[in-house]
Write a protein that binds this ligand. Structure first.
Ligand code: PXG
Length: 466
């Protein structure tokens, strides 16, 4: 159905889409030639497209639909708030009840030491806020020279100027004059690419050591903060060795540098704790969030501000000249309140930690004997399968196999054709299903994954890619 209730064909949607809609991160010309897949409805962990085909959404939309689709409590919260007060701002000494209550609730579900929140409309805006806030913090403390923010290669922190600068995606930096000044990068803690030959734990310490090297190279008195995703999501679900984050914490503490956890993907139960930093074992000063805070039902993001920073901003800072029209949007906050309460009521964090997280880990472990699989690992409900040519040496496939998109895109094509949404990042196939997924649905997903791996293997044998 179109929004005016007139039935419309897939071809008609695709033509209008190609004529008018510039999609994010898209080669516009090639998409216009192929035509978009039109998703029309969803329920639970499933999507349906305009041809009526059902897909198991193993990516939670875009890492966000934590409570699954079709949760009436969120719909009702939005409708109620839209009737009562669809918008008012939080600028000129005003506030709305949903924003206040959400701030209060977030202080209870976040780790100890977080009592304050700054709301934004997205994760990217959250990270822009982080950049301005950490520099402001050091300025107020009389150390304006602390400007440098250290991030990592292959990180993703959003698509605004600051978000894309913090990110470590070379393709993004090549467009639009990025990164902005005083943002520098170190190598990511990806054992397959940078640690083979060492134990994972030894590699974790080595990779954290790259932070100290960079701090010393820049001069510790120039460095404001380090930012990282507890587990890199868009970079391919790169799960760092257990030694990594505690060592990063030690190094930041030693040099007095602020530690920022970008929880946009890892937050709100994804890793089996409320926040990824709790799973990975560190205590950040700031946490960026978005996505799972509303399960994607409506846009909302923000930054949890630890007391070390909040006290300085509040007691000594004067006006912080930063904010968005939609900071604390009442409808978005009302939906977030319903969403966070639902996560609590359904105990989704416990469900991931004690039940479906370990069950998914078993399922992934069983993939390791597949001829294409070099590694298969999970953390909570995030998982990655490394596709390789040679399992013993983890030799990658030629990057141009298939139609030039690489082995991951070949596998992803089979996923779509077989009713499964799984994402390909280079040669890593990744999943992050809704947290409401059941064991039986994990069985169904694993069977689909195995079938798609078999079909990809058959292609590789037939085409001589092995
Ligand atoms: N930080 C992290 C860790 C993210 O994953 C953002 C910030 C930016 O959030 P907004 O709400 O501004 O998009 C993200 C977003 C992918 C993909 O391909 C991942 C994201 C966005 C788009 C695509 O995996 N993550």
């Amino acid at each position: 159905m179109s929004t005016d209730q007139t039935p419309r064909s897939t071809a008609s949607w695709q033509a209008a889409d190609a004529a008018h809609f510039l999609h994010p991160f898209t080669d516009f010309k090639s998409l216009a030639q192929k035509g978009s897949r039109i998703i029309t409805r969803a329920d639970g962990i499933y999507l349906w497209d305009s041809e009526g085909r059902k897909l198991l959404d193993a990516m939670s939309g875009l890492w966000c639909v934590n409570v699954g689709y079709g949760q009436q409590a969120l719909v009702d919260a939005a409708a109620r708030q839209m009737r009562e007060l669809p918008f008012y701002n939080a600028f000129f000494q005003t506030a709305t009840p949903p924003a206040i209550e959400l701030a209060e609730l977030l202080a209870t579900v976040t780790p100890a030491g977080f009592q304050h929140v700054f709301f934004t409309g997205s994760g990217s805006e959250g990270n822009d806020t982080v950049v301005r806030m950490v520099r402001r913090y050091w300025d107020i403390l009389g150390q304006p020279g602390r400007q440098v923010i250290i991030s990592r290669n292959n990180a993703y922190h959003g698509s605004t100027m600051a978000g894309a600068s913090l990110g470590g995606m070379s393709g993004m930096h090549a467009q639009g004059g990025l990164p902005i000044p005083n943002i520098v990068h170190i190598e990511q803690p990806y054992w397959v690419a940078h640690g083979q030959g060492m134990s994972r734990d030894a590699f974790g310490l080595k990779a954290a050591g790259w932070l100290e090297d960079k701090i010393l190279a820049m001069g510790a008195d120039k460095v404001a903060a380090f930012i990282g995703e507890p587990i890199q999501g868009a970079g391919g679900v790169i799960i760092p060795p257990a030694t990594y984050w505690p060592e990063i914490q030690r190094i930041c503490d030693k040099h007095g540098i602020l530690l920022v956890s970008d929880e946009v993907i890892c937050g709100f139960g994804r890793t089996g704790h409320w926040f990824g930093c709790e799973t990975l074992g560190f205590k950040p000063d700031l946490m960026t969030f978005a996505k799972g805070v509303t399960s994607g039902y409506i846009p909302l993001g923000g930054v949890m501000v630890g007391e070390r920073i909040a006290r300085v901003l509040i007691e000594r800072g004067g006006e912080f000249e930063h904010g968005y029209t939609y900071s604390g949007h009442p409808v978005a906050c009302a939906v977030a309140l319903a969403n966070v309460r639902l996560i609590q009521q359904l105990d989704l964090v416990g469900h991931v930690h004690d039940d479906v997280g370990p069950y998914l880990a078993e399922g992934f472990a069983s993939l390791r004997d597949h001829p294409l699989v070099g590694d298969a690992e999970t953390c909570g409900l995030m998982g990655a399968i490394l596709l390789v040519k040679d399992r013993a040496r983890l030799t990658p496939f030629d990057a141009a196999v298939g139609d030039g998109g690489g082995i991951g895109m070949v596998c992803r094509g089979h996923c779509f054709s077989n009713g499964l949404v799984m994402r390909a990042v280079g040669n890593r196939m990744i999943i992050a299903p809704p947290l409401v997924i059941t064991r039986a649905q994990i069985d169904e997903m694993m069977a689909l994954i195995r079938r798609c791996l078999d079909l990809t293997l058959a292609d590789a044998r037939r085409e001589g890619w092995l």
